[in-house]
Design a protein around this ligand. Sequence first.
Ligand code: C2E
Ligand code: MG
Ligand code: MG
Length: 780
Amino acid sequence: MNFATSFPVRIAGLVLLLLVALLAALYGVVEVAIGGAVQNQLQRELGVGARVVEQLLDARGRRLHDAAQALAADFGVQTALASGDRTSLHLQLAGRGAESNAEVLLLGLDGHLLAGTLPGMGEAAVARLAGQLQGQASSDPWLLLPIDGELFLLAAAPAKAPQPIAWVVTGFAVDAAFVSQVRALTDLELTLVAVEQGTPNGWVSSLPSALHGALHRAIMAADFASGSRWLEQGGQRYLGTWRSLASGPDYQVLALLHKSLAQAEAAFAPLTRNFLLIALAALGVALLGALLLARSLARPLRELVRVAERIGQGDYQTPIASVRGAALGPLAQALQGMQAGIAERERQLVHNALHDPLTGLPNRALALERLGSAITAGRPTALLYLGIANLRSLLENLGTAAIDLALQQLARRLQATLRPGDSLARLVSDEMLLLLEHCDNDSAVAAADRLQQLLLKPMHIGRQRISLDCAIGIASFPADGLTPDDLLRRAAIAMQDAARQPERLQVYQQGRDAAHQRQVGLVRDLQHAAERGELLLHYQPKLDLREGRVSAAEALLRWNHPQFGLVAPSEFIPLAERTGSIQSLTAWVIAEVLRQLQEWNGRALHLQVALNICAEDLRSLELAERVAALLARHAVAAGQLLFEITESAMMDNPEQALEVLQRLRACGIRLAVDDFGTGYSSLAQLKRMPVQELKIDQSFIRELSEHGDDAVIVRSTIDMCHSLGLKVVAEGIESPAVLELLRLWQCDSVQGDLLSPPLAAAAFEQWLRQPPALPRLDSS
Ligand code: C2E
Ligand code: MG
Ligand code: MG
């Protein structure tokens, strides 16, 4: 039985149950009341019965007394008495007794039985009778006396001549007939018992013979202590009471009255019967009502349960048919409201799961799904992966609200360019994807170019002008991949490559995937390289051409990768710069250089060591503080340390870079411009920098000849530096001829493979102690 059926049935059952309980309680109360009334009635009837017995005996006794008086005055009796003739006396008494239907006795005043109609009367009985007559009060006209096991009602009158000469006694046995008469009068059961010397001696009773056993036991137990007692036998119950009717010195006469409980209860039987009939009728009506209620509830409930199941299975669209019944109407309406609410929330959830909340554009998941559909349908599709390179710095400068507005504006701009069937998605915060269907590589490049023209236009957010630096990478299906993941990854690689191109546009190059995998591995492992002991420093000597000796070196970082072997700094340093781990690398290099300097100082090898720092390091204002602390800890003079900074690193954020450099310089650390000639720094800028050295980039040095273009640049740079008070270092010396030229042009120091390639610390130390003879090196 399902809920819709069982619920109304339960309600109906409960109603019935309550009614049954109520009726049972009522019945109980009525029964208790009837029980009490029956008992009261019984008590009252027994009381009345007892008085009836007493009055009946009194009436009979008075009649006997009258008869005794009449007999005492009777002439015949007096004559027979005077004659003293016993026979005639007996005849007289028998005759009179027969007339009045009573026993007659004549008793001498001395207590001798003179004559009588009770032939076998024993002496003890005569003596008891005489004793009672003598002690009898004149107000008591009769007496009850057990005589030889029978109970007699007796009355006496004196026979006078003229003085009393004898007692005339009349009487009769109080027997079953008397008892029956009382029963007929009172509707009560009467038992008369004579108790002689404490022992019951003869009784007569109207109680049914079935109860005689119990009655006998009660009499034998002389259990008359309390007013009323129950008598029970064979399922019959009688309530009884007793009265003492007469008593003498050695006897007592008791009347026991009983009334049947069943008989008394019979009077109330119609009441109980009517009550039960009414209860039955009420139950019937209630049952009918409950069944109707259950029926009227079950149908709409079944409908509502069906609706709830349907909603549970995710069907929120089917409208709920109107539900009859005032009770369930609001519930159905609530369900309808709930269904609509759930449908709306589910739609919202599905939308949120597949869309970017800021721009409302499809998200990565939906983009991949759409790409998947295009692939399944075999539609050539171009992916334009758009990355905003400067979003992070814009966010830092302008705040989230402005950037959110800019992104929304960007989304609108891009959407406006879409053709039907194309889609635009926001993948992550600063990356978007355009899917251009039925688009080959050339059309994709053209589209990307148009987009870039559009994106070059600055946006106006409030009073701010925002220029986004967007790079676009292009990958196409099917040329660059057959799965959405592959295509997306390759478009992202192309975008990263594009970010390093001046035109900010790059089509995916075959094979970049493997290179990218290597890059991903390097980026991942770079963070742990220092702690895993994979980093080391190589030292390349710098020859001071004026002094003709090596008193300085450049520390160059090496990474011994467990999988890729020795990785060149030109590969991992740019990665570290892009992924934010360069500062920890620099920190390691500084610490290692200082440790090494302390070690060499300890061995009386006093060198000046140069190390390379980049743009990211110049963002930290605390750099100088940290270096100063390390210098102190390793007891190394600040003058032994030289920081090389490329021109481009200084140009990134010139104000801040200048501040950091000044602080370093204030500590006593020497500074040099590295790779001079590759950037765009002007002489004016150079003059502002607190540098002491300038390193001419090796691209000018390696192929240097006396009359080439490079010679002009190198010579004028040397002259210019000297006039600015800077020392000049030429790096990348590979031939003795170049070395000779530089010496001629007054270059201060040289560095290059001609002297020595970068060497591990021990090898470098070894080299220093035994430098190889260089051509004309000693001739200075
Ligand atoms: P750099 O600072 O200009 O260092 C000089 C580079 O030129 C070194 O390459 C050195 O081995 C190389 N070199 C020197 N003489 C010659 C020569 O005669 N012929 C040739 N072909 N090459 C020569 P390396 O060690 O591969 O380092 C490349 C660049 O990586 C460095 O250029 C520097 O910019 C960067 N780098 C190296 N170590 C670090 C570091 O610890 N921190 C930072 N931020 N950058 C570093
Ligand atoms: Mg350098
Ligand atoms: Mg250099």
